[in-house]
Design a protein around this ligand. Structure first.
Ligand code: HEC
Length: 204
């Protein structure tokens, strides 16, 4: 075969492509060509990621300072107004770790004094958030519980003496196969449910 100028130019073109192809991936920080960049870098301002200067917010940052008056979670106190209009503060100690149920048992005492009303409120909440698993009488025989399995009976020997802090901790953080309910119930509501669980522990 006669090598013509055309052949040489084709070979050269291939060589250039091969060279570019082999060398362009050498820089580990170079992500290369992006087919759809907005799939990698959000066009919206994301608080937790930032890939270019924000032209609107102070300091060019997406993340903003908390608004004035914001209270750090560890300093957060909730309060509860009693019937005689005195105020109880600090319904929950937020710093108790979910793995430290024994601390909750020792230090947490229900700050909402028992009353018919508090227990009645707790009952309504229990019916909404617990009964489908734990059953109307707390025997672990709710309709969901029958399928979910392993729901204990509050009045059995192992459970009838669980105290305020223990039950509050379980509602807040969950335990074993039971999921946490802190997102569903405020601390005040959880303490009311605790009153009602104590009623069910009596088993009558
Ligand atoms: C989806 C079903 C389900 C729901 C809803 C549920 N629980 Fe449970 N609960 C369980 C199961 C299962 C266990 C046994 C956990 C384990 O030991 O693995 C349990 C255990 C408990 C215990 C005993 C914890 C211990 O020390 O062993 C308490 C107290 C309790 N639940 C209270 C509640 C209260 C109060 C609510 C409502 C706010 C609630 N649960 C909602 C399934 C549920």
């Amino acid at each position: 075969m006669k090598i013509t100028f055309k052949h040489i130019s084709i070979l050269l073109t291939l060589a250039v492509f091969a060279f570019v192809g082999l060398t362009s991936c050498n820089d580990p920080n170079q992500t290369g060509w992006e087919f759809a960049p907005n799939m990698y870098n959000s066009r919206a301002y994301e608080a937790q990621t930032q890939w270019k200067e924000n032209m609107i917010n102070p300091h060019g940052m997406n993340m903003r300072l908390p608004v004035k008056g914001t209270i750090a979670r560890r300093n957060y106190k909730t309060s509860f107004l009693q019937d005689d209009s005195t105020v109880v503060n600090d319904l929950m100690i937020y710093t108790i770790n979910k793995d430290s149920i024994s601390i909750s048992e020792r230090v947490l005492v229900n700050p909402i004094p028992w009353s018919d009303q508090a227990e009645e409120d707790g009952k309504v909440l229990y019916e909404r958030y617990c009964q489908h698993c734990h059953g109307a009488s707390g025997a672990g025989d709710g309709k969901v519980g029958a399928v979910y399995k392993g729901v204990p009976n509050y009045s059995s020997d192992a459970y009838k003496n669980l105290n305020d802090g223990h039950i509050f901790h379980v509602i807040t953080h969950g335990k074993g196969r039971m999921w946490p309910h802190a997102a569903q119930l405020t601390p005040e509501e959880r303490w009311k449910v605790v009153h009602y669980v104590h009623r069910l522990q009596l088993g009558n």
